[in-house]
Design a protein around this ligand. Structure first.
Ligand SMILES: Cc1cc2nc3c(=O)[nH]c(=O)nc-3n(C[C@H](O)[C@H](O)[C@H](O)COP(=O)(O)OP(=O)(O)OC[C@H]3O[C@@H](n4cnc5c(N)ncnc54)[C@H](O)[C@@H]3O)c2cc1C
Length: 483
């Protein structure tokens, strides 16, 4: 690898449980990418693209990592139309901070503001509004992509290849620029409704009743609850405030008023917070934390309605910096499954019973509603997702991976999928079962066109998706032209 001087570093998934040593190159301009591709081809050492490294598992891990975070300029923002164009290494944080004073907000954000636009597009991320507005890909006007096969293309939703690169997990080409349509907001705050569901039936009944009208909807489920209490959850529904319904909108939209506070109760630096949580980092401690969240929802905020800034509502997980260190030294994996609506309740119950039976209960579960989308390797479907944070230890690692495999089999049998941004464990045969031969053969045809030498690969690709594509090709004719 001679195109840029690589630095030897440890590159882990965000959850710190997978990854390892890597040679890292950090281009500062898109013009150096073809030389990097050539060097990778000559050295037979594939490149793994990486944005902010927020994927929990091994999607942005590999032996030679191409860190794109230096390509981080906002190129253009039009305060009249809310269209932003930026280099792919610019983050969601940069986008909202540019736009919010003008009354615009990203149409889709993740639970953290750290991801880059390139990483967000490559994984086709979703937010708490997934049921209403779909994934971020549905709001992209264009992406500029540099392909290992040569050439640079501006892709729009009019191009079939757009739907493969978005969701393609960085294995067809390097997204260098992104053009995104933002959402107009008429207030600096959202109307938030906090309520609780006593069990799985209550949870699904609430989502069924409100998914079509709430602008944002999310539930925090207590995975430790058993029997009749299984599925008990704290639910947050949020609604945009109509124009003229907030007295101080101009002030509330200022970036400083959307920032998360740097101190808790004005005293404790937030950077210390994870140390307070550390004593709870065991099964009994987390049972207590989940119980506490449920009871605080039941007793303090039951059916409470309040206003909260966009920043505070969306980026709850950024409140406690470094909270993942609570899971050290083994780290965590997040496992997020997507299940068709008519099967979700039963599948979630089975998944919860399975982990409880094996003594491997996850510490944080989040439920969201989604709609189907048109992207080739997208996780999106008309149904529900259950995201689960599992602590990894040297002792539980084998059993935990087996649990995830068994959950995957249940989900695949129900017509569901996993999400590659949250995956560290899925097996090739499960990817094949979830996405189907036809999709994966279409994928192979695109890869033949965009990256025939396999210059772009991640550890996840080599572990799961690549072998699944090979299996799909063995199952049927190779497509000469992508469809
Ligand atoms: C606390 C937390 C909360 C989260 N909440 C959510 C959520 O609510 N919803 C959700 O959908 N996700 C969520 N995520 C996951 C996160 O949004 C995705 O993993 C996202 O892809 C991360 O972006 P990144 O820039 O860090 O990309 P990375 O993790 O570095 O890379 C992600 C993938 O994109 C590829 N890639 C990166 N840059 C480029 C590029 N320029 N061109 C082509 N390919 C590229 C990589 O090869 C990799 O396959 C969360 C993550 C964390 C840590």
């Amino acid at each position: 690898m001679t195109a840029l001087l690589p630095a030897r570093q440890t590159v882990l998934g965000w959850g710190m449980a997978v990854g390892g040593p890597a040679d890292v190159v950090r281009p500062t301009d898109a013009q150096s990418l073809p030389a990097l591709f050539e060097a990778a081809r000559t050295a037979r050492r594939p490149l793994t693209l990486r944005g902010a490294g927020c994927s929990y598992g091994d999607a942005a891990c590999g032996d030679v990592v191409c860190d794109l975070s230096a390509l981080d300029r906002i190129l253009h923002f039009d305060p009249q139309t809310g269209v932003v164009r930026a280099q792919a290494g610019a983050t969601l944080r940069q986008v909202w901070q540019t736009a919010v004073p003008h009354g615009w907000w990203p149409p889709v954000v993740s639970g953290t503001m750290a991801p880059t636009l390139g990483g967000a597009a490559a994984m086709n991320i979703h937010g708490k509004n997934a049921a209403r507005v779909g994934p971020i890909g549905d709001h992209l006007r264009a992406i500029k992509v540099v392909f290992p096969s040569g050439g640079v293309q501006e892709l729009t939703p009019a191009d079939p290849l757009f739907f493969a690169v978005v969701s393609g997990a960085g294995t067809l080409g390097v997204i260098t620029e992104v053009e995104l349509q933002l959402k107009r907001v008429h207030a600096g705050r959202l109307d938030v409704w906090a309520t609780t569901a006593a069990d799985l039936n209550g949870l699904f009944a609430f989502f069924d009743a409100h998914a079509a009208t709430a602008d944002y909807l999310v539930a925090w489920l207590d995975a430790f609850a058993t029997g009749k209490a299984m599925g008990r959850s704290l639910i947050h529904a949020a609604y945009h405030v109509p124009a003229g319904d907030e007295p101080d909108t101009a002030t509330a939209l200022q970036v400083t008023n959307q920032q998360l506070p740097s101190r808790l109760f004005g005293v404790v630096p937030k950077s210390w917070m994870w140390r307070f949580l550390k004593p709870f980092s065991n099964s009994w401690g987390m049972r207590l934390v989940n119980l506490g969240r449920w009871y605080s929802g039941l007793l303090l905020s039951r059916d409470k309605r309040y206003r909260q800034t966009h920043g505070a509502f969306h980026f709850l997980l950024d409140y406690v910096p470094d909270w993942k260190k609570v899971y050290s030294p083994g780290g965590l994996i997040q496992h997020q499954v997507f299940v068709p609506a008519d099967r979700a309740r039963q599948v979630f119950q089975t998944v919860l019973e399975l982990q409880q039976g094996r003594g491997l209960v996850n510490w944080l579960s989040v439920v969201k509603r989604h709609r189907a989308d048109r992207f080739l390797l997208s996780h999106g479907l008309d149904g529900y997702s259950l995201a689960q944070d599992f602590a990894v230890t040297a002792e539980n690692r084998v059993a935990l991976w087996q649990l995830c495999h068994d959950i995957d089999d249940i989900v695949a049998a129900a017509g569901g999928r996993v999400y590659f941004a949250k995956d560290a464990t899925v097996r090739p045969e499960t990817v094949l079962a979830m996405f189907g031969s036809e999709r994966l053969r279409q994928w192979a045809a695109w890869q033949q066109q965009c990256d025939p030498d396999g210059v772009l690969q991640s550890a996840q690709w080599r572990r799961a998706v690549g072998p699944a594509v090979a299996m799909a090709q063995a199952n049927g004719p190779t497509l000469d032209t992508p469809q």
